[in-house]
Design a protein around this ligand. Structure first.
Ligand code: SPV
Ligand code: MG
Length: 438
């Protein structure tokens, strides 16, 4: 139980910041005046999911606070919710800026006041320090996150820290912005996508072309550039078959230089067709030897340690069996593949689960990537529990955007005017606001 009559009260405050400005110093001083101050520092994983990937890791952010006068001790807060830490520390007072009274932090605040009421703790709020200078610093950090060297390595780090990362398809600047900025606040938690997938299917479809490696690399790079210009999240590039090994090495160098984090190449040769056709069209699988050679050549071509080459196995799609899929997975990871993608077009996830179980029995380290377009009932949590590390939502923006546009076009044609279509449309003001000002 808290004891208000004791000499020195215990005070708790939590921070997500990576830099200390005068606003922070000011509130720390005020909190320290109330009693013995414990500062909670949010874990990297929490910051990545609710704000953006932290440029300064937890250990350094912790050290920052440990060296500030007035801070008694620093602890890690592993969730955006204060529930666990409040139950553990039972501080007499929680201090926070008054900015969390509205907006997405409100449920977090409501939970805090509820818990404090249970044991007789108190919430003290000070006016939130708003300054143009402070928001300029944050803007600068975001820009920095989008630079090639900083962006490239983040996928690997996210896989390490979060265990499972999610990627949403993007094929243009605007779809990149949706993948970058869409957030959902639910029960005091924040959810957002970790990365973007530049799909060959959606990139080709946006250009009105079939998904047969017809859209050339220069044009695919142009799409990446459009997305990169307006976003900061890591990019996973659908490299199709990777083409000839002699060409693939140049693709690797270009992608790496641009700041792409991972290229996924599939073990097929000749005229590639989209995998979701399965055996309805003729598709040729590459030999294990050739594909291993392509992976090795790609790994030799890259210059940094953080660029990843993922080998995608088409055995289940082509109905060549589980043994063939596993044999390839082990061979490809031995050849240097940084990750394995297993694909299936079955509605039921059994063969994916069987593959993951059998692969994980012998290899616990190599990340596994899945694209659950067909087996879409499986939740991210379930995938994570089974040992999957990357879930790619490969085509949903294209598949939902296209029918909406088609309906609008039909509505205008039917009515010979645009009035009836207006209710299907975002307002001009909203569409303008969608694009952030520089
Ligand atoms: C893509 O998105 O282009 C892919 C994934 O390669 S799939 O369409 O499922 O084959
Ligand atoms: Mg593709």
């Amino acid at each position: 139980m808290s004891n208000f009559s004791s000499e020195k009260k215990s005070v708790y405050m939590c921070f997500s910041t990576e830099y200390i400005h005068t606003g922070h110093i000011d509130i720390i001083k005020k909190a320290a005046n109330l009693g013995e101050l414990t500062v909670g520092v949010l874990s990297d994983e929490v910051i990545a999911s609710y704000k953006r990937y932290p440029l300064i890791p937890f250990s350094e952010r912790k050290a920052l606070f440990e060296n500030i006068i007035g801070v008694g001790r620093v602890v890690e807060q592993k969730t955006l919710s204060y529930k666990d830490i409040l139950h553990e520390l039972k501080p007499d007072i929680v201090v926070h800026g008054d900015d969390w009274r509205t907006g997405f932090q409100k449920p977090v605040r409501d939970e805090v006041t509820g818990i404090l009421a249970e044991y007789g703790g108190r919430l003290v709020e000070f006016p939130y320090a708003v300054s143009e200078r402070f928001s300029e610093i944050e803007k600068g950090s975001r820009k920095y996150l989008g630079t090639p060297d900083i962006r490239r390595g983040r996928l690997k780090k996210l896989i390490e820290t979060k265990g499972l990362v999610t990627a949403l398809e993007a094929h243009s600047g605007i779809t990149g912005l949706i993948a970058e900025n869409t957030k959902v606040f639910k029960n005091g938690k924040t959810y957002q996508f970790d990365a973007m997938w530049v799909s060959s299917l959606c990139d080709s479809t946006a250009k009105g072309k079939p998904d047969i490696e017809l859209v050339d690399m220069t044009s695919r790079f142009r799409t990446i550039d459009d997305i990169m210009e307006v976003t900061t999240k890591p990019i996973i590039f659908d490299g199709d078959t990777g083409g000839l090994t002699e060409h693939f090495v140049y693709t690797v160098k270009s992608l790496e230089r641009m700041g792409v984090s991972m290229v996924i190449i599939e073990d097929k040769t000749g005229l590639k067709k989209n995998s979701l056709f399965g055996t309805e069209v003729t598709q040729t699988q590459d030999s294990i030897e050739n594909f291993c050679e392509k992976i090795r050549a790609g790994k030799n071509a890259q210059k940094t340690r953080d660029f990843m080459i993922c080998a995608r196995i088409e055995s289940l799609i082509l109905e060549r069996g589980m043994d063939d899929a596993l044999k390839r997975a082990f061979a490809f990871s031995n050849a240097g593949a940084d990750a394995i993608m297993i694909h299936s077009r079955k509605k039921e996830p059994h063969e994916i689960f069987e593959f993951v179980d059998k692969f994980r029995a012998q290899n616990s380290a190599t990340p596994i990537v899945v694209v659950p377009t067909s087996f879409n009932t499986v939740t991210e949590q379930e995938f994570k529990k089974r040992g999957v590390n990357v879930v790619i939502y490969a085509n949903q923006l294209t598949r939902s955007g296209f029918p909406a546009m088609q309906k609008t076009a039909e509505t205008i044609l039917t009515n010979h005017r645009a009035k009836e279509a207006d209710q299907l449309c975002m307002s001009i003001k909203d569409i303008i606001n969608l694009i952030p000002e520089e």
